[in-house]
Design a protein around this ligand. Structure first.
Ligand code: HEM
Length: 222
């Protein structure tokens, strides 16, 4: 996360991304002739900023394994703040939905409990992942429970993004196949990266147990 040789990291990075998301949303509202359509555009635009930030957090550790360099290592280091920025961007998505629903009386009656279910599940997981990225909540969980929640949560959110783009391909535009394909590629990168990490771990374990059997002094010292 380097700009002009200077590093932006941690909360600074979070506030910078947050300010950019807010500035983008304000510009869309200011430049659009109609506030209702403007809010709809903000909903779409924040879904896209959220998607970009989500993807960065989703592939960070796999990318660092598959393509180790300063940028991918930086992405892993800043993953928590990128993830929190994703949650912030989706908070703006939510605020725009509430605003759109208030200005457009046909919006909520036009939706059903069924159409709201994936998005609601998504928000529950975004809230859980964001909350448990703070020590106050994470230290009340076992490391295994934290890992399980974050693995399940990140996949649930990936599936909701996939579903949100996929359902728009036949009804809105074939161009939604682009973000859907990007998501499929990110899934492939994540799976291959995790497989490479597991393989390396297994090889390291095999090497260390071979060293221990070859060096009896290690056993003596146990
Ligand atoms: C109950 C919660 C939610 C509601 C009511 C909702 C509502 C909406 C609405 C009204 C749109 C714009 C529709 C249009 O003009 O095409 C939209 C777009 C979108 N939403 Fe949400 N949303 C919710 C939660 C979520 C969640 C949790 C995610 C992802 C994890 C998500 C991802 C998207 C995506 C990808 C788009 C398409 C953006 C685009 O056009 O490129 N939404 N949502």
């Amino acid at each position: 996360m380097s700009a002009n040789g200077r590093t932006i990291s941690g909360w600074k990075l979070f506030w910078l991304i947050g300010a950019l998301v807010l500035a983008m949303s304000a510009l869309i509202l200011l430049l659009g002739p109609d506030p209702v359509e403007g809010l709809r555009s903000v909903i779409r635009a924040t879904a896209r900023t959220s998607f970009t930030l989500f993807l960065a957090a989703f592939v960070a550790s796999s990318l660092a394994t598959l393509v180790p360099n300063a940028f991918t290592r930086g992405l892993v280091r800043e993953r928590r703040y990128v993830g929190l920025s994703f949650a912030f961007s989706h908070l703006v998505h939510f605020a725009a939905i509430v605003g759109y629903g208030a200005l457009n009386p046909q919006f909520w009656p036009g939706r059903s409990a069924l159409t709201n279910t994936p998005g609601t599940i998504g928000y529950v997981f975004i809230l859980l992942l964001a909350a448990t990225s703070f020590r106050y909540f994470s230290q009340r969980m076992t490391a295994a429970a934290w890992k399980r929640l974050h693995t399940i949560g990140i996949w649930v959110i990936a599936v909701i993004f996939g579903y949100s783009f996929f359902k728009r391909i036949p009804t809105m535009s074939a161009l939604y196949a682009i973000p859907f394909s990007i998501l499929c590629a990110a899934v492939a990168v994540r799976l291959v990266g995790k497989w490479a990490q597991a393989t390396r771990r297994r090889q390291a374990q095999t090497r260390s147990s071979t060293r221990n059997t070859l060096n009896p002094h290690v056993l003596e010292s146990l």
